[in-house]
Design a protein around this ligand. Structure first.
Ligand code: AMP
Length: 402
């Protein structure tokens, strides 16, 4: 029996998201989520897609990641998709921080685990959870290749001019302070899918990708290679996000510490969890913000305007970085669904060859599509991202080659 299935695991600190895919055609066999791991009210939601079966949900204590993965395994077994199946070729793990060293998806061994661990100081929230997910999966299927697909990998092609901060080089190197970028799997997938939508090879096109979800980042992709991206040492830099501030004067931090008396941890929480849209108007869901804007809410209007202003600045910056742009692609929750965001971000950029057709922009669809008027010099596109498919594809490419 040929092994063509890949399980994709995205392990967070208290959650595990998973998808089981069959790489013959890339179809999804099952998807699910375990949330609130470690609490009394952990929740497992599992949908067997291959059989068109009903979603199953259960609530009850799931103490740790090991128990979570066992519960997932039991659900899959009920559908005849158990993790002990010889059809399972590999497990692909989303790993947030791969530093400078991991430029490609990598089969996990002890040295790889040690390096992911060494990177914990630059990804204290994410890498420990990713490691737990990997170790748990290894214990469950020690014989199976486990592959790490890094959020940072796509950005390792950034030139030093884009990747370095203008700070003392020795200090930067000692503490590995540089711009790594995140959401790389999405930027890679979307830039390629955009080239495909244009009917051209990725090596022939320059694309600005705007990944606008709860976290948000922009990237400048030149001939298939990332040359700049808006997130930096951590996912805090760049665009205004659901709860993160994005760019600010670093002196804001000293000011808050010296004048406001806030601790480092308090400032960390403020900038990562209580800033961005939620800090500006109390909501981080763009649907709710748009509803409030339409009702004339001034606070929501200002939050929206700040969000758009920053987005426009990045479109302009990456236009300049690339010199020639073939397409601007919107993706992720906001980018795929919020027509007013797309319209406002592109408004007034006709001189750059950028425009949005109102009718096309209003169409709702899960398919990649153009929203610029016919004959536009630069295409504007909506390209739904699929990070799980990309992780599975990269994982399978690596193990099928062996
Ligand atoms: P993501 O992180 O990619 O899952 O995106 C999540 C975000 O997408 C949510 O916080 C919402 O702000 C946004 N979103 C999802 N659906 C819509 C929609 N129909 N209109 C506007 N924003 C949306």
């Amino acid at each position: 029996m040929s092994s063509t299935r890949v399980l994709v695991l995205n392990s967070g600190s208290s959650s595990v998201k998973y998808q089981l895919l069959d790489m013959r055609g890339g179809s999804r066999l099952a998807v699910g989520l375990v949330e609130r791991i470690g609490e009394e009210t952990s929740r497992l939601k599992h949908t067997p897609l291959h059989s068109g079966g009903e979603t199953r949900e259960s609530t009850g204590p799931i103490p740790d990641h090991e128990a979570a993965l066992k519960a997932v395994s039991e659900e899959l077994t009920k559908d005849g998709l158990g993790l002990d199946s010889p059809e399972l070729a590999a497990i692909g793990h989303r790993v947030v921080h791969g530093g400078k060293s991991f430029t490609e998806p990598t089969v996990i061994d002890d040295a790889v685990l040690a390096e992911i661990e060494r990177l914990i100081p630059v990804a204290p929230l994410h890498n420990p959870a990713n490691l737990t997910g990997i170790r748990t999966a290894q214990a469950l299927r020690p014989d199976l290749p486990q592959v790490a697909v890094f959020d940072t990998a796509f950005h390792t092609t950034m030139p030093e001019a884009a990747a370095r901060y203008a700070i003392d080089v020795k200090t930067a190197d000692e503490y590995r302070v540089r711009r790594y970028g995140f959401h790389g799997t999405s930027h890679a997938y979307v830039s390629r899918a955009t080239a495909e939508l244009l009917g051209r090879a990725p090596e022939d096109v320059n694309v600005i990708v705007l990944h606008l979800g709860n976290g948000a980042s922009a990237s400048a992709v030149e001939k298939g290679r990332c040359v700049d991206t808006s997130m930096g040492l951590t996912p805090l830099e760049g665009l205004v996000m659901g709860t993160r501030s994005g760019d600010l004067d670093p002196a804001v931090i000293f000011h808050l510490a010296r004048v406001g008396g806030l601790s480092t941890d308090e400032i960390d929480t403020l900038l990562n969890k209580r800033s961005g849209l939620i800090g500006l108007c109390g909501d981080n869901d763009m649907r709710e913000i748009r509803r409030r804007v339409d009702e004339g809410d001034e606070q929501a209007r200002l939050a929206f305007d700040i969000y758009i202003h920053r987005l426009k600045k990045y479109i302009g910056a990456y236009y300049a970085v690339l010199g020639r742009v073939d397409a601007v692609a919107f993706t992720a929750g906001v980018g795929e669904n919020a027509a007013p965001v797309r319209e406002a971000a592109i408004a007034g950029l006709q001189e750059l060859g950028l425009a949005v057709d109102e009718g096309l922009n209003a169409v709702r669809s899960d398919e990649p599509r153009l929203i610029s008027p016919a004959g536009s010099r630069v295409a504007v596109a909506v390209v739904p991202t699929d990070e799980e498919l990309e992780i599975a594809t990269q994982t399978y490419a690596l193990v099928a080659r062996k």
